[in-house]
Design a protein. Structure first.
Lengths: 114, 114
């Protein structure tokens, strides 16, 4: 299957711990996005990469959050000193360079902070 | 600030009828609008993109309209089936166009009853 993959699918952590999530986009896609979704809400944009360059960051992305895409392929999202309010589904999406703007989402990583 | 409104209550439709979902937005002049489907516990799946110069777009049983004067999009599913039951999300590019991150509405939960 050549869709977007995310790892892990579920993560339970204690408040104050650091967590890191990984996203592998569709191989020929140069754009990669991170979103966060809580129950009953639509996805909220966090950040966007074109190749390895981080082009856009939401105000939601506090200084505890950092994202990287070191070689323009996979990406990681790290949350430091997790808080209970960080509990959510973290979604990754990718899109093609060809000018079409539809985004292809992965299955998400569900984070629970206890 | 930018705002997207979708019917927040569940929409119950009888099988075989046409389901119509509404997306209204304010403080936007988007170059395009997208619709996604999301099933519980899964990432959104892209359905259709309609550009600002297009009034209507169709794909199989799906039809989307885009009225930039009313700032509204309508999403229709004809000959609805129980398998169409899901949450449908409307999304707009955050900064108006290009390969932006998307701003999503909360989604409308559609239930097709046999």
């Amino acid at each position: 299957d050549t869709g977007v993959s995310q790892d892990p699918r579920h993560k339970i952590t204690k408040r104050g711990q650091n967590v890191t999530f990984r996203c592998d986009p569709i191989s020929e896609h140069n754009r990669l996005y991170w979103y966060r979704q809580t129950l009953g809400q639509g996805p909220e944009f966090l950040t966007y990469f074109q190749n390895e360059a981080q082009l856009e960051k939401s105000r939601l992305l506090s200084d505890r959050f950092s994202a990287e895409r070191p070689k323009g392929s996979f990406s990681t999202l790290e949350i430091q000193r997790t808080e209970q309010g960080d509990s959510a589904m973290y979604l990754c999406a990718s899109s093609s360079r060809t000018g079409s703007y539809e985004q292809y989402f992965g299955p998400g990583t569900r984070l629970t902070v206890t | 600030s930018q705002k997207i409104e979708q019917n927040s209550e569940a929409l119950n439709i009888q099988e075989g009828k046409t389901a119509t979902l509404t997306c209204n937005y304010t403080n936007y002049s988007p170059a395009y609008l997208q619709w996604y489907r999301q099933d519980p516990g899964r990432g959104p799946v892209f359905l259709l993109l309609i550009r600002e110069n297009e009034k209507e777009k169709r794909k199989e049983r799906l039809k989307v309209t885009f009225d930039t004067t009313l700032k509204q999009s309508l999403f229709h599913i004809t000959a609805s089936q129980p398998a169409d039951s899901a949450t449908y999300l409307c999304a707009l590019p955050q900064r108006g166009g290009g390969a932006d991150g998307l701003t999503f509405g909360k989604g409308t939960h559609l239930i097709i009853q046999p």
